[in-house]
Structures are given as structure tokens and as C-alpha cells.
Write a protein that binds this ligand. Structure first.
Ligand SMILES: NC(=O)c1ccc[n+]([C@@H]2O[C@H](COP(=O)([O-])OP(=O)(O)OC[C@H]3O[C@@H](n4cnc5c(N)ncnc54)[C@H](OP(=O)(O)O)[C@@H]3O)[C@@H](O)[C@H]2O)c1
Length: 252
């Protein structure tokens, strides 16, 4: 997958890793980037941070990935993309047993799993029409091993990992490459209360683009993620035991 001259849609692009994706794509010569944003009113402030030469290449798209109508409008508007980056996601930091009700777990599934599924379905024909292209899902190391402190988030991202494998098989026939990114803790709003060493969102964005160019489907970039992959493949049971120490407050 080439980034130069690509036309891209990034979901959740107003902050965190999504914002870094937009900048990295522009720096690597993307022709156009559609910035999926829930509050499009925030776009002007965002755009003011890019160098002059990049501003005309970014177009805001109102996009809540749980809103099917907005997804359909986005697919009509961004009908020229050849790369979709499904980055938007939420983490409520709730356990599976200790959370009071199912609201948090359902919300995480709605955004992280069903939202990404709806986006993938809506844009698969667009990617096909434009020659195949590529689709990236932002997963997490928690897709491979459950962190009990964010147990329901981990479960939603495990479902998204499975979805990623499934659509990779389904979209192969139309020539769409499907990539999964598995970051460890990253310095963004999402992880602000997570007391671990964190890597920068720019590292994830740059690393993703580099891996895509090299054709690496399962992308592990930051040092924690690289170590996690080693531990997962060498002894998944030992890793599960290690992760069991990250308990939600109510159960510790
Ligand atoms: N930070 C980490 O440690 C870490 C580690 C591994 C994986 N990840 C994954 O990386 C991705 C980006 O996370 P981040 O760290 O950049 O988090 P973040 O700073 O909290 O940003 C999340 C982004 O997703 C958007 N979003 C949330 N719900 C949405 C919805 N229903 N529709 C559309 N957009 C929505 C947010 O928009 P608003 O501004 O409108 O809320 C925001 O732009 C997520 O998929 C996350 O699971 C993060």
C-alpha cells in the first residue's frame, strides 16, 4: 500500500492517535484526508495547527461511527478514498463483574465493535470501486489478552480483532488489504489515568504507515506492544496470569 497520493478517511481524527494519523498522512504525501469528527465545530482549531500547504488537503466529515445515517452520508461524500483508518474508540475502564450494570460494556461494543463493523460495511464498496486499497483497524494489545481493569474494553477489542481477521478474508477477493494495529499504552486522553509508561501517538501513526508500506498485516510498534507480542506468542497462559494483576478498583 502506497501512502503518497492516497485519499484517506480517518475516524476520531480530532485528538489522540487519530490526529497523529492525519498529520502523518499529510507528511507522507496523501492527496486528501477526510477527517471524521463528531463535533465538526472543532475542525477550524484543528486545521490551524497544520502548516499552510496541508490545510486545503483536509476536509471535515461529521461522523459518529454509531450513527448509521452519518456513516452513509460519509460514504457518499468520501467516495474517492482508497484507505480507511478505523481509529475511533472508547475505553470506560470498567471490569466485567464489578461494573454495576451492562451500560458501559454495551457502549464499548457499540462503538469499538459495531461502529467499526458498520464503517467497514459502508466503505467496502467504495474501496472496491477505487481499486481495492486498504483498511486499517486500530486494535490494542488488550485485543490479545484481557486487562481486568478494562475488562469490557478488552473484550470489545478482542471482538474487533476477530472482525479484522474475518474482513481480511472477505475483502481479499476485491484486493483490499486489511491491517490491524496493536498499540500498548499511548499518551492520549484515553490513557491519562493509566499509570504505565506510555509512547507517543505520533510513533503509532508513523509506525503504522511504515508497516503498511512494508505489507505487515499485524502491526506492533511501541516497545510495550513489541514485548507483549513476544510474551503472547511464547506463553499466552503466563501472560494471562501477569495481566490478572491489573484489577478494577472494586475487585482489588
Ligand atoms: N491511548 C491508548 O493507550 C490506546 C492503546 C491502544 C489502543 N488505543 C486505541 O486507539 C484509538 C484512538 O484512541 P486514543 O488513545 O487516541 O483516544 P482518545 O484520545 O480518547 O480519542 C478517541 C477518539 O475517538 C473518537 N470517538 C469516540 N467515540 C466515537 C464515536 N462514537 N464516533 C466517532 N468518533 C468517536 C473521539 O471523538 P470525540 O473527541 O468526539 O470524543 C476521539 O477523536 C482507539 O480505538 C483506542 O481504543 C488507544
Amino acid at each position: 500500500m502506497k501512502i503518497k497520493n492516497s485519499v484517506v478517511l480517518v475516524t476520531g481524527s480530532n485528538r489522540g492517535i487519530g490526529k497523529s494519523y492525519v498529520t502523518a498522512l499529510l507528511n507522507h504525501g496523501a492527496k486528501k484526508v477526510y477527517a471524521g469528527i463528531r463535533d465538526v465545530g472543532a475542525f477550524d482549531k484543528l486545521a490551524s495547527e497544520w502548516p499552510e500547504e496541508h490545510r486545503g488537503k483536509v476536509e471535515p466529515v461529521a461522523l459518529d461511527i454509531t450513527n448509521e445515517k452519518q456513516i452513509q452520508s460519509a460514504a457518499a461524500k468520501a467516495g474517492d478514498i482508497d484507505l480507511l483508518i478505523n481509529n475511533a474508540g472508547i475505553a470506560n475502564f470498567t471490569g466485567l463483574i464489578s461494573a454495576g450494570n451492562l451500560d458501559s460494556a454495551r457502549q464499548e461494543m457499540e462503538v469499538n465493535y459495531f461502529g467499526t463493523l458498520m464503517m467497514s460495511r459502508a466503505f467496502a464498496p467504495v474501496l472496491k470501486k477505487n481499486g481495492g486499497g486498504a483498511l486499517v483497524n486500530v486494535l490494542t494489545v488488550a485485543s490479545l489478552g484481557n486487562f481486568p481493569v478494562l475488562g469490557s474494553y478488552s473484550a470489545s477489542k478482542a471482538a474487533l480483532h476477530s472482525l479484522t481477521q474475518g474482513i481480511r478474508a472477505e475483502l481479499a477477493a476485491q484486493g483490499t488489504r486489511v491491517f490491524g494495529v496493536f498499540p500498548g499504552p499511548i499518551e492520549t486522553d484515553m490513557a491519562k489515568d493509566f499509570d504505565m509508561e506510555k509512547s507517543s501517538p505520533d510513533m503509532i501513526a508513523e509506525g503504522t504507515l511504515k508497516a503498511m508500506v512494508q505489507g505487515v498485516e499485524d502491526i506492533f510498534i511501541d516497545p510495550m506492544a513489541v514485548q507483549f507480542r513476544k510474551d503472547y506468542f511464547s506463553d499466552p497462559k503466563a501472560l494471562e496470569k501477569q495481566l490478572s494483576e491489573f484489577l478494577p478498583v472494586a475487585s482489588s
